[in-house]
Each structure stands twice: as structure tokens, then as C-alpha cells.
Design a binder for this molecule. Structure first.
Ligand SMILES: [Zn+2]
Length: 604
């Protein structure tokens, strides 16, 4: 750094006092304490005493003793690292606590980098090694000001250095060390590639253009593999690449919910989509019609199959990558799925029926097939012949014969089911009943000595029962073949790494009390951490409602009793509603009132 630059940056900093402050006016400490200009490397000890130095704040807030701080400062000096970094690294202060403390003391804005729009050109203003060393991330620039997320804005030397390097007045904002590190990991590789791209467009050198052309070919592949690794690390099931009018939005679906991960410039869109098409075996020239493809991806010592779908939208081609990770299925047993206590007993009894039909009800994405698989997995398949017809086969089950629907080859649920009956099965798994023909054959099979497990698109157990009738199956056939119905949904689990009790809004308290009868103000919530990709949730479990067909329910059904009569009867026989089961899981701290409400309260 030249002396000129330094002086320039200092000048910018000083002129900032009139409204364009490098530090807010409420924080006079460092500006008063630290010598400006004459002594570019202030001693750490000179900041000790002031409460507006990080060390001073920690002591004043009673988080650490003066002795402790002095020790850490010594370590920081020895390792040439920032004080904040050592504090968080050694677990002395939680990174979120520290950020909140600093923001509070200095009256600075605290930003959540995950929801912040980060400008790639701003990121590129600060070299990656500097960003990593000091935990800073430049997020946007405007009229000579550069907004920089940092953990320690009292480090004047750092601010001066940044100002000198970038030529901007530095406006510090506060973010947690974890968040900044994560964004550094995520952003720099992308911006480095971007930088080359931008240079190629703006620069006039022939040599660079040629190089850029090669890079354009290689670049999207890098972006794709980066996105796939991040998705795998975040346990995402899908990556959405969506063009908007102005930019390219990347979202991950984690535990069933979409989260925006980043925004990329629209310039990257055509090359990225083309590369994806090539990698997944699609026709690169076809832009109007939807296409499907597949690609393999190796990471974390395993190969992940990725299904790729591209469709045209008003803003251009949209792409969804679905990560098929078989590992998710392998360990699921019924109690891991979320069947608890009484529900587990009731469901086990249904699965032990010698014949009859058991129907899992729920909308798309409610985990029906996971439950069907878990049900078959807990059966003794050496003694029972299990045959399935699925669309598609999502997971291979040992010792079971699995068939896949193939419309082109004329294999439908109905035709396959007829042929299965000739193969002497004990248990038949029918992926889903969608039409009258399949419903008819499945009920017949259940009546003729087979246990039929299947699923139905219906909101709750009584709706499932009525839906079978609406599909055209005669009521007497339903009444005599049906063993029971299970309605289910998936709720996200509170992340066990960052869970803590927190006071929740009245609406959540009331929703809980309405089901459980006890009032409660505080519930277990995840604060957000790296393990849960800052969602506060990690993994999912089912909530269930089980209706076993009793003689009384059969009779009511045959008499065409109204829905509420059927439900009242089921409740009187011990059926617990989906909401009730959900709130029981809230009471156990496994999920949150918000989550149960999100999944189940939209029904009414
Ligand atoms: Zn967490």
C-alpha cells in the first residue's frame, strides 16, 4: 500500500464525518483512541481501554473478563489473526452473540447475508485472501461508498486498508463470522470466474477474447459442480435455476422448503442452460419444448444421480435439478418416520392383517411413498412374497419384486396389477391409486387373500375413504376390503445443533393450546447454524392420523353417513387428527407450532 493511497483513504474517512461516516458518530472511541495516518499500525493495547473497541465491549458487557481478553489478544497477535476470529474459533463467544453485541454498541446495522443481495462486482473489489484473513465481505457499492460486512468494525487499520485498496469510503455493517465465511466460500469462486467473463466483454485485447471463449466453455461446468456440491452439503433435494426479468435466481429445496441461495447475473444464463443440456444428454438447440435428462455427479465419495428438467418460461429457460440420493432411504424404520406410541401400535396391527387394503393418504410430497417403503422394509420378506408396481421405482428393496409403470410399453398400474395376481404374492404394493380400474382391481386383490398397501391423493383419512367411493368402487367392496387409512404430512425437525427455547407469538401459542389443552409460551426453535444451512431445521418426520375400519365405521359408511359422523366415530374409537399428532410433536420439542401450522392449517 503506498503512502498516497493511505492518505487518500484517510482523507475519505475524515470527510465522512459529515454524514458519510466510516464509523457512526455514536462511536467516538476508536477515532479518538487510534492515531490516524502518522502511525498506520496502531498497537492492540491502545484499544483495550475503550468500550468501543471489541475487547472493551466484551469486558463491559460482562461476557469475558479483562484477563481473558488480554490472553486472547496475545494469541491473536501471535497468530496474526483478528481478535474476533480467535474468539469465535476457540468457542469463547458465539459468533451471533458477538455480532449482536457489536451492532448494539456501535449502532451499526446487522445484516443477514443469506437474505442480502450481494453484488458480485463489489465482492471482487476485495481480494479473497484479505477477505478470509479479516473476515470481511464487500456486499454493495454506491456513489463512492462500499458497504462491507465485517465482525470487528473497531479495527480501524483494517478499514483504512480496505479503503486504500478499493478507493471507496468503507461503510461497515455487522454480520456473524460464520455467515461471512460461508459467503466467502460461496461467492469467491463464482466471482473469480465472473471477473474473467466481464473482462472479456469490456476489454479489447484479442488474446483475452480467445481465452475468454475457452473459459466460457469451461466456466458453466464449474458453476454447475459448485452448485451441486453446495446442494449436497445443504441436503437439498432440488436446485432451481430460474431466470427473472433482471437476474438468474438460484434456489435450493431443503426439507421440502425452497430457499434462495444466490442471484447470478443474467449473462450467465444461456451458457449455464446449454451446459446443463449437454451434460444431461438433451438437445441443445431445442428451446421451446420441455426436456428431461440425467447426469451423474461425484462428491463426498459417492455418485449422485441428478434428474434434470428444462422448460421454457416468459423469462427464458428454467431448469430444475433433482438430486436422487438413495442414502436417505436406507435407515428409515416406522418409528424413525414419526409414528409414535399408540399410532405405531395401530399401524403395526394394520400391517399384520392377513389380507385387506391399507391406504396412505396425503397430497404430493407428504411422504406417502417413504411410508410405503418403510412398511415393506419392516416385513419379514423371506416368509412373504412382496411384489410392487410403482411409478417410478424410487428405491430398490431387497427380496421384493418391483415393477415400474411404463405407458409406452402398455404397463399401467391396472395391467401390472392383473399380472401380479398370477404371481402368487402375499403383499402387493401399489404405488398410487389414481383411477377406477386400479382401485377396482386393488380392492378385489385385497378381498382375495392379499395385503394391499397403496396411496391415495386425499387430505385426511375420511376424505380417503370417500375418495375411493368417488372413484367408482362399490361401497360394499370398500367396506369389506379396507383395513384402515392413514393420513400423513411431513414436518421439518428442529435442528438439534442450534435448538433453543424461544417465546412465540400468540397465534402459535393458541394453536398449540387448541390441540393439547395446556398453555405454553415458549417452544423449541432452531436459531440457525451451518449444520442446518441456517434454516433452523434439519430433516423431516411424518405426522399421522390413523383410522382403523371398525364394524361401526363400516356400517356408517354403508349407510352413507355424512363426513362429520364418520370422523366423530373414528375419534371416539381413538383416532387422533393430524394437527393433534403434530402438536404432540411440538410438545416434545421435535418440531415447531409454526411448522405444524404451515403444513396443516392451510386446509381450512
Ligand atoms: Zn442448526
Amino acid at each position: 500500500m503506498s503512502t498516497d493511497n493511505l492518505e487518500q483513504s484517510l482523507h475519505s474517512g475524515q470527510s465522512g464525518q459529515s454524514g458519510t461516516a466510516t464509523l457512526p458518530p455514536e462511536a467516538p472511541g476508536p477515532t479518538a483512541d487510534v492515531p490516524r495516518g502518522e502511525e498506520p499500525a496502531p498497537q492492540e493495547s491502545s484499544r483495550n481501554s475503550s468500550p468501543a473497541s471489541l475487547a472493551g465491549m466484551l469486558v463491559e458487557a460482562g461476557i469475558l473478563s479483562a484477563d481473558q481478553v488480554a490472553k486472547v489478544q496475545e494469541i491473536a497477535r501471535r497468530e496474526r489473526q483478528s481478535l474476533g476470529r480467535i474468539l469465535v474459533r476457540d468457542g469463547l463467544v458465539l459468533s451471533r452473540d458477538m455480532a449482536t453485541l457489536i451492532a448494539l454498541y456501535l449502532g451499526l446495522t446487522m445484516v443477514d447475508l443469506r437474505s442480502e443481495t450481494i453484488d458480485p462486482k463489489s465482492i471482487a473489489l476485495v481480494p479473497e485472501d484479505l477477505a478470509r484473513k479479516h473476515l470481511v465481505l464487500a456486499i454493495k457499492h454506491n456513489e463512492g461508498h462500499l458497504s462491507v460486512a465485517m465482525t470487528d468494525p473497531t479495527d480501524l487499520q483494517l478499514i483504512q486498508d480496505l479503503a486504500a485498496r478499493t478507493g471507496f469510503i468503507i461503510d461497515p455493517v455487522i454480520a456473524t463470522a460464520d455467515d461471512i465465511l460461508e459467503q466467502i466460500d460461496l461467492s469467491y469462486r463464482l466471482t473469480q470466474s465472473l471477473k474473467v467473463d466481464t473482462l472479456a466483454e469490456e476489454g479489447g485485447h484479442t488474446d483475452e477474447r480467445v481465452t475468454a471463449k475457452h473459459l466460457r466453455e469451461a466456466l458453466p461446468t464449474q458453476v454447475i459442480s459448485l452448485l451441486l456440491s453446495q446442494a449436497l452439503q445443504d441436503r437439498a433435494s432440488d436446485i432451481h435455476v430460474e431466470p427473472t426479468e433482471t437476474l438468474l435466481r438460484i434456489r435450493f429445496r431443503i426439507d421440502g422448503i425452497l430457499h434462495e441461495i444466490m442471484q447470478l447475473p443474467m449473462e450467465m444464463h444461456p451458457a449455464l442452460i446449454s451446459r446443463l443440456k449437454i451434460m444431461s444428454g438433451m438437445n441443445i438447440a431445442e428451446r421451446r419444448r420441455p426436456q428431461d435428462g440425467q447426469l451423474n455427479f461425484e462428491a463426498l465419495n459417492r455418485t449422485v444421480d441428478v434428474r434434470v428438467a428444462v422448460s421454457n418460461t416468459a423469462n427464458g429457460e428454467m431448469c430444475v435439478l433433482r438430486l436422487l440420493d438413495n442414502k436417505k432411504f436406507t435407515l428409515l424404520s416406522l418409528d424413525q418416520l414419526g409414528f409414535g406410541g399408540d399410532a405405531l401400535d395401530s399401524y403395526r396391527r394394520l400391517l399384520q392383517l392377513p389380507y385387506g387394503m391399507v391406504v396412505i393418504c396425503g397430497p404430493t410430497g407428504s411422504g406417502k411413498s417413504t411410508t410405503l417403503y418403510a412398511s415393506v422394509l419392516q416385513m419379514d420378506r423371506s416368509e412373504k412374497k412382496v411384489i410392487s408396481i410403482e411409478d417410478p421405482v424410487e428405491y430398490r428393496i431387497n427380496d421384493a419384486s418391483q415393477m415400474q409403470v411404463n405407458h409406452e410399453a402398455g404397463i399401467t398400474f391396472a395391467t401390472a396389477l392383473r399380472s401380479i395376481l398370477r404371481l402368487d404374492p402375499d403383499v402387493i404394493l401399489v404405488g398410487e391409486i389414481r383411477d377406477q380400474e386400479t382401485a377396482g382391481i386393488a380392492t378385489q386383490a385385497a378381498l382375495t387373500g392379499h395385503l394391499v398397501l397403496t396411496s391415495l391423493h386425499a387430505n385426511d383419512s375420511v376424505s380417503g375413504l370417500l375418495r375411493l367411493r368417488d372413484l367408482g368402487v362399490p361401497p360394499y367392496l370398500i367396506a369389506s376390503s379396507l383395513g384402515g387409512l392413514v393420513a400423513q404430512r411431513m414436518v421439518r425437525l428442529v435442528c438439534s445443533n442450534c435448538k433453543e427455547m424461544s417465546r412465540r407469538p400468540l397465534a402459535e401459542q393458541q394453536a398449540y393450546t387448541a390441540e393439547i389443552g395446556e398453555s405454553q409460551e415458549r417452544f423449541m426453535y432452531g436459531a440457525g447454524c451451518n449444520i442446518c444451512a441456517h434454516t433452523g431445521y434439519h430433516g423431516r418426520m411424518g405426522v399421522f392420523e390413523i383410522m382403523t375400519m371398525s364394524d361401526t365405521i363400516r356400517q356408517l359408511f354403508l349407510e352413507d353417513a355424512p363426513r362429520h359422523r364418520l370422523w366423530e366415530q373414528a375419534v371416539s374409537e381413538g383416532t387422533k387428527s393430524l394437527k393433534h399428532d403434530g402438536m404432540l410433536k411440538v410438545g416434545a420439542g421435535k418440531t415447531t407450532p409454526y411448522e405444524v401450522m404451515r403444513v396443516l392449517f392451510s386446509l381450512e
